[in-house]
Design a protein around this ligand. Structure first.
Ligand SMILES: [Zn+2]
Ligand SMILES: [Zn+2]
Length: 364
């Protein structure tokens, strides 16, 4: 298990229940998994979509964790494995697997740049590299410039008498936002709501996996954590509200949006990817969003910032070259994204673009 985002650990309870699987990962991933699985269970229950596992499977999975420190070798049958920091979010790991036939590196989600909370990933020499390709074919603006643009916009909104609503993912982006604001605009009144507050507490129990953990601790204490209804009303007088969900698909963000929409000085600052069909995407494209079942026009300033924690095309290519593999397998990518990485690397190494259920031959 590379890290605790739900697109990576979401089916683990099913796996454990069906195959009695042991879950290897960092202690941070194990600690955060409980919150992520419980939330997924709750949302699937409310929205009525089938999940493939139940509460009992989740409890089994919680008991199946076998945590490891970064860099420590551990055996699985005839394989030897160890975890390396992947950037992306604290506790995210790449998995190096030394088998009798080949050395494999599974990247998980990764970034070679330092972010406020995670140190960038470093290449690991291997024969077969399984590489994520989220940003294949695309490039990020320099991170410091994008952070500065974000802070400037927050200050502009506050100086005109508005509140900046910052929807942010619970596991990674929200904490990065707190770090940026605490460092660059410490006089602001910043309130922090949603599942991220609980995840941050788990993070702080594993400080060795956070970049400059003391700064995270300070930023968390500096923010006003919202833990009940009266806190939520107080937050309506804040300068900035950082909360879930990051794509405006639920969570306290919609509650706040429903109240903040009446005052034109307020603004919505999106800080992450807005998937097709998400509330945030609809808001960007149509200026409207469904709030508690009714389609509502939002006459506020909306701005999006690229604070991604994935390596871009240049970073992924440089990382792949640094690993010097004979084969690269691209996953976690769009068709355009993986084609771009294929075209970039195919002259130097065999590049595989797998499809579901079709075996691929590596090293042959
Ligand atoms: Zn991720
Ligand atoms: Zn992912």
């Amino acid at each position: 298990m590379t890290h605790a985002h739900i697109d990576h650990i979401g089916m683990a309870p099913w796996l454990v229940a069906a195959y009695d699987t042991t879950l290897h990962g960092t202690a941070m991933t194990a600690d955060v998994s409980d919150i992520m699985w419980s939330d997924t269970y709750k949302v699937s229950d409310i929205e009525g979509y089938p999940l493939g596992w139940d509460k009992r499977d989740k409890d089994l999975a919680l008991g199946a964790w076998c945590p490891h420190d970064l860099g420590d070798w551990f055996p699985i049958g005839s394989w030897n494995c160890r975890l390396h920091g992947a950037g992306h979010i604290p506790g995210a790991a790449m998995i190096e697997i030394d088998t009798p036939e080949a050395r494999i590196l599974w990247s998980g989600d990764m970034d070679t740049r330092d972010s406020p909370n995670a140190a960038g990933a470093i290449p690991v020499e291997c024969d077969i590299l399984c590489l994520e390709g989220t940003y294949g074919g695309r490039s990020h603006r320099p991170r410091d410039q994008e952070e500065a643009r974000f802070v400037a916009k927050v200050l502009e909104v506050v100086s005109r008498g508005g509140i900046a609503l910052v929807p942010a993912f619970a596991s990674g982006r929200g904490q990065d936002i707190l770090r940026i604001l605490h460092k660059e605009a410490p006089r602001l009144d910043v309130h922090y709501d949603g599942m991220g507050t609980r995840i941050t507490k788990e993070w702080l129990g594993n400080p060795e996996l956070i970049r400059n953990p003391e700064e995270m601790k300070k930023a968390f204490r500096w923010s006003k954590r919202v833990s009940g209804k009266s806190d939520r009303k107080k937050a309506l007088r804040a300068n900035v509200i950082v909360t879930t969900s990051g794509m405006l698909d639920g969570g306290p963000a919609l509650w706040y949006l429903n109240r903040l929409r009446h005052h034109r000085a307020n603004a919505i600052l999106l800080t992450g990817y807005q998937a097709e069909g998400s509330g945030g995407r609809k808001l960007m494209e149509e200026g409207r969003i469904s709030i508690f079942g009714s389609l509502t026009t939002i006459p506020l300033e909306i701005e999006k910032f690229d604070l991604s924690n994935h390596g871009d095309h240049a970073a992924l290519s440089a990382f792949a070259r640094g690993c010097a593999p004979s084969d690269v397998v691209i996953f976690h990518a769009t068709e355009e994204g993986r084609q771009a990485l294929h075209d970039e690397l195919a002259g130097e190494t065999r590049v595989h673009l797998p499809t579901n259920n079709a075996p691929i031959l590596v090293g042959g």
